[in-house]
Ligand binder design. Structure first.
Ligand code: F6P
Length: 539
């Protein structure tokens, strides 16, 4: 069954939301809190180790009622069912979307073309577990008989961002292996990494779903050439493994078939860290921790699938985001983790959110006349407070923000933790309440400076407060955003699982590359032509 394809702007709830927006958009959240002493608890979801407070939003109970009706009108429940049951909801590529199967229990059933994929998933998990243990405990050795000390993940996009973000976020749980990630086709990237490596003790994990990606193949070839300066061809089998759906091309590259970890076309690149694409994660933090990450994600899947929409974390967050994107015309959203470990989290989310929902054609093939995918950006607090928070507090743009924090610190330095969390709470409070002119004057501010020190407040935030950063809680957090992406795609009536928008640039780059290499220069606009010739004559 195909996904429903309802233009959201034609629904009754959209019309109601528009009228409601006209009534409430000037309300100040400060007044909403004053009017309702129970507001915070009414708009909080407590689930497992997650405390999600969405009360600091420019919403009322009526707003939520209409948003929930919108979810019903676009048949969100049916769409969730279609996704989890393995229907080919990635219609433009004719594929099922089953990253949820990768983290499901062994007893579950996920069918693709009538065949349960769970046994295959668990075969690969066994292979990941065995390989990880062999490398971590030093049984698997390099070509001179030394155990591995370094792992290099060679991939880009979904074959890099997810593993890199998770390895960085969970470094507290890391073992003795040092991990590096090479992604950019910029040769300076790979050369800087190579400087840190010893060929005798480095394992290379080449990750590419398609095994056709220019960046990954170039980096893998450069590393292979460097490696072969110290080792012979037979050593490749000991030092290079691959993760791909394209076994033939992996073999052609020279990697032993026994060293290939398969994946499947029903796993999208940006949702693939749960598959063998996460091999580097498993190597860095050990298989048990990798499995806990998957189990956390599975708990969020169950919550998403079964929980009433009103108390369903990904659904509520998605609906609130639609409210700002489509009614307040907010262009972007910030994600601010109050944990240095989550330094790469926003970068990771950029691919998930923007590659999925950056679309302007609906599921009927028609051009869209409403806003879809949000711009996403962010950096950890407290650093970001000293960088771009000025604009969020006093700028002219409305930037809804997710504040993510952890109650417990990992190293247990309570003094730092209290300071961190006091900032975490203070910022959302400041964004909510602002500071009035009267308050500024009462502080003794000179009259001519007063306007500059006023904060309007009324800036929306969600607070996602998690007990502790663990592999399991990180799994839940990532899955939460994955489901938020899905819900928004359903409501916007777009296909979230293709990415044709990345193709044109790739095609033109390969044409231009040929032109650098001597073939006749084709027709270009005058700007590109001048730049191309400037490069050719100056390089
Ligand atoms: O950027 C486009 C894209 O296809 C992403 O969707 C994907 O994650 C990335 O390239 C890498 O692709 P592959 O894993 O096939 O090398």
């Amino acid at each position: 069954m195909a996904l429903p394809n309802i233009n959201p702007t034609t629904t009754k709830s959209w019309e109601q939301l528009q009228a409601h927006y006209n009534d409430v958009h000037n309300l100040h959240m400060k007044d909403l809190f004053a009017q309702d002493k129970d507001r915070a608890s009414k708009f909080t979801i407590n689930w497992e180790d997650f405390y999600v407070d969405f009360s600091k939003n420019r919403i009322t109970e009526e707003t939520l009622t209409y948003l929930l009706q919108l979810a019903d009108e676009v048949k969100l429940k049916e769409a969730i069912e279609s996704q989890f049951s393995g229907e080919k909801i990635n219609q433009t590529e004719g594929r099922a979307v089953l990253h949820t199967a990768l983290r499901a229990p062994i007893t579950s059933e996920f069918k693709v073309n009538g065949v349960n994929v769970i046994p295959e998933v668990y075969n690969v998990k066994k292979k990941i577990e065995h390989f990880t243990n062999e490398v971590v405990n030093g049984n698997r050795k390099g070509f001179t008989g030394k155990p591995f000390t370094h792992v290099v993940n060679i991939g880009i996009g979904g074959s890099d961002l997810g593993p890199a973000m998770v390895v960085d976020s969970l470094q507290y749980y890391a073992n003795h292996l040092t991990t590096h990630f090479v992604s950019n086709v910029d040769g300076d990237h790979v050369n800087e990494i190579i400087k840190k490596l010893d060929p005798e003790t480095t394992l290379f994990v080449v990750v590419s779903k398609t095994f056709t990606t220019q960046e990954t193949l170039s980096n893998a070839n450069t590393i292979k050439e460097w490696f072969l300066k110290s080792a012979d061809q037979a050593a490749i089998a000991k030092h290079f493994v691959a993760v791909s759906t394209n076994i033939e091309s992996v073999k052609a590259f020279g990697i032993d078939e026994a060293n290939v970890f398969p994946m499947w076309d029903w796993v999208g690149g940006r949702f693939s860290l749960w598959s063998a694409v996460g091999l580097t994660i498993s190597l860095a933090i050990g298989y048990n921790n990798f499995d806990s990450l998957l189990q956390g994600a599975n708990k969020m899947d169950e919550h998403f699938k079964n929980e009433d929409f009103k108390t369903n974390i990904p659904v509520v967050l998605a609906l609130i985001s639609i409210w700002y994107n489509n009614f307040f015309n907010a262009e972007s959203e910030a994600v601010i983790p109050y944990s240095q470990y989550l330094n790469q989290f926003a970068t990771y989310l950029q691919q998930g959110i923007m590659e999925s929902n950056g679309k302007s054609v609906d599921r009927n093939g028609n051009a869209i006349d409403y806003q879809t995918g949000t711009l996403i950006w962010g950096e950890p607090g407290t650093n970001s407070q000293h960088a771009f928070f000025q604009l969020i507090h006093q700028g002219t743009k409305l930037i809804p923000a997710d504040f993510i924090g952890f109650v417990k610190s990992l190293h247990g330095n309570q003094d730092h933790q209290d300071k961190l969390i006091s900032n975490f709470l203070a910022q959302t409070e400041a964004l909510l309440n602002g500071k009035t002119e009267a308050e500024v004057v009462a502080e003794g501010t000179a009259k001519d400076l007063t306007p500059f020190k006023v904060f309007n407040g009324n800036k929306p935030t969600n607070t996602i407060f998690v007990n502790k950063l663990t592999p399991e809680s990180l799994g839940k957090l990532i899955a939460m955003y994955e489901h938020k992406i899905f819900v928004q795609g359903i409501i916007w009536n777009i296909f979230s699982y293709d990415q044709f928008g990345v193709e044109l640039g790739k095609q033109l780059a390969s044409k231009i590359l040929n032109e650098f290499n001597g073939s006749t220069v084709n027709e270009h606009d005058s700007s590109t032509l001048n730049l191309l010739n400037y490069y050719k004559t100056s390089k």
